[in-house]
Design a protein. Sequence first.
Length: 318
Amino acid sequence: KKATFLRNLPFGGFLQRVPFTWKKPPKNVLVIKKPEDIKSAIAMKTIIDFVRNEALLTPFVEPSVHSEFPETSTYDSVNPSEEIDLVISLGGDGTLLHASRLFLGAVPPILPFHLGTVGFLLPFDFNEHRETIPRVLEGNFSVTQRRRLLVKYLSAQKSEQEFHVMNEITLHRGGYTHLTNVNCYVNDEFFLNVRGDGLIVGTPTGSTAYSLSCGAAMVHPRVNSILLTPICPFSVSVRAIVLPHDVTIRLEAKTDSTAQLSCDGRCIPYELTKSDQIIISQAKYSVDTVNKFDEDTDWLKHINDVLSWSPDNTDPED
């Protein structure tokens, strides 16, 4: 079965503004909730009933929660993208990141409802679901293309590991008290050495996450790029930088230095030593999240709302 969604492709350094188009009518909807959260569980039951009884589609849930919702279907493949046409996310930004991790290849469009805390990536209020879901199923919407990074961990001690990240990969000192010492290469050319608490390699989507708390700029998701952000660098001359989207980054720990690895906030049980390498490039497939208005309005409004730049939410010229 071929996926029922069409994907927009990058154009130069920016991603095109193209309305989303269903290749054929969607049939299967995967509903994902924030784990161990009563509010999300109640909302999930509501969405499942709506999808099955009113939208007349087949609701799917993850295998880990299928016993809680036996009236739904589930998947048994490693990559469920060939079975799922639309994903509905119920929770916070972390739930959306989890949804991204489920798909190693093409990712169905994700409709995110805000039931979490911060919500930089979540334009929809849950109370709007009865109006929003039919509009999306009709194809009357646009998406924000959120590029992912492909991370390869190469070690002489372990087999090669691959990860897809939507926000960032972080090399950090973890539980060690000493500084990390990491060399960074761009397209096989030495670029910089970072001594400090670590280094973040992130996407524009991730620029409102850990990178933001380290003092780097926020980058609009339509700016197709890769971000390097040092964490508490020892040298004040080391600053965050934005690189083109098509570069390949290689990270290596210097002699007598170790670093721990995290992907989208999840600790990976590996330590980067002098014989290991981390290779980072842009992944082939983006994560397309449904817009409430459009990618510019949604992004600017949420930055304003979450950071309270204009607490009264009024235009000073009005």
